[in-house]
Design a protein around this ligand. Structure first.
Ligand code: F6R
Ligand code: MG
Ligand code: MG
Length: 367
């Protein structure tokens, strides 16, 4: 009997701007899920990263199940009432529709789901990022699944050596899901050619070529593509199974040592270094920086252990310091060049409006 892992997450309001949900809001969502989900799911975990609340459930109902999705949507709607009553900022901001229909895809919340045949021991990781876009995971996924510098298993395990299938989505295409399937190791350079463009091509899922099993699932929704205007950065979530025929947990975490630059941060309009953070962390500097949390779970028959907080280790204090330094270096050049995102990616319309006005004042001069 297969087990489904579902993460559904949303920003429904936070304290003092876009920092973190209030305790009352967080507890409201958590207790709603626990009370109303009885008999529907097997187990659940609710946590937050920055201003986003993520609900993880395990169940037997398959991906895109309307009852699981409605439970989470209703939990966020109930939370929104509390957020409004407390005067939290951006109350309900990720709920782009008021009435639930079918599943939450396209309604604002981020979704990452996987239906799996449970192994006797089933370790997996739940990632949640704030103040950034789904493409933030492109580089770490490429390095964990294609590069022996980070995944020694690609050399050391004959199973991993068979490679992986990447399903990549063109998130600029909004009429339907536009996807491409590419396999490693043969098409690794083609994968790289797409994944370099983090605003457009995003990993949706990864599959083992040796066993056919799904290894990773990433939320790919881009809010401004759905809403047609800025309603906050997407703040993606991700599930990755680890160990044995898949990369080891350490090989999945290894790329985060780079603190790579990613789009987002203040007004969703800058490039700063990704900072790995502990569970239930807030954001701060420059409405950020871009943060990512990683919780490891074990599971048996859908029942979860408590999470092990992957970035709560002295090693990551060093990475956090490096990440802050990298962000500061980029911030020193403010709005110039790579510090601020290109025109097509800017979330606020101010620059565009200014340019429209200035356009009238340009004159041409004979050479
Ligand atoms: C980034 C983010 C914040 C806001 C900024 C201004 O994803 O949510 O950086 O963009 O605080 O917010 P508003 O426009 O709501 O005043
Ligand atoms: Mg957020
Ligand atoms: Mg937000």
């Amino acid at each position: 009997m297969k087990t489904t892992l579902s993460i559904i997450k949303a920003d429904i309001g936070s304290i003092g701007g876009h920092i973190k949900p209030s305790e009352k809001l967080f507890e409201t969502v958590k207790s709603y899920v626990e009370k109303k989900g009885k008999g529907l799911f097997i187990d659940s975990y609710v946590g937050y990263t920055g201003d986003d609340i993520a609900i993880l459930t395990t169940h037997k109902r398959g991906p895109l199940d309307s009852k699981i999705h409605k439970l989470c949507f209703d939990a966020f709607m109930t939370g929104t009432k509390v957020a409004k009553s407390q005067g939290l900022y951006g109350a309900g901001q990720d709920l782009l529709v008021e009435a639930f229909s079918g599943n939450v895809r396209g309604m604002g919340p981020q979704v990452a789901e996987m239906e799996i045949e449970e192994r006797p021991a089933e370790p997996f990781l739940m990632f949640a990022a704030d103040k950034t876009e789904p493409g933030v995971y492109n580089l770490p996924l490429y390095l964990s699944f294609c590069d022996p510098f980070h995944c020694g298993g690609l050399l050391l395990s004959p199973v991993l050596k068979k490679g992986f299938k990447f399903v990549i989505m063109d998130v600029a295409y909004t009429k339907a899901d536009r996807i491409i399937e590419l396999v490693t190791p043969e098409e690794t350079y083609d994968i790289a050619a797409l994944l370099r463009d983090t605003g457009r091509f995003v990993v949706e899922s990864i599959w083992s070529r040796a066993t056919g099993e799904q290894v990773a699932s990433v939320s790919t929704t881009r809010l401004h593509n759905i809403a047609g205007k800025y309603t906050g950065k997407d703040d993606p979530v991700m599930l990755i199974r680890s160990q044995k025929d898949f990369p080891a947990t350490g090989e999945i975490l290894s790329p985060y040592t780079i603190a790579h630059y990613a789009a987002g941060d203040c007004r969703g309009s800058h490039n700063v270094a990704v900072m790995p953070v502990k569970k239930n962390s807030s954001i701060s500097f420059f409405d950020g920086p871009v943060v990512v949390s990683a919780l490891a779970f074990s599971m048996q028959n859908g029942i979860l252990t408590e999470p092990a907080d992957c970035f709560d280790h002295p090693y990551w204090d060093y990475v956090r310091e490096k990440s802050a330094k990298k962000t500061e270096e980029m911030r020193k050049q403010g709005f110039v060049g790579p510090a601020m995102l290109p025109m097509t990616e800017l979330e606020y319309t101010g620059v565009m409006e200014t340019l429209k006005v200035l356009e009238q004042r340009f004159k041409t001069r004979a050479k």
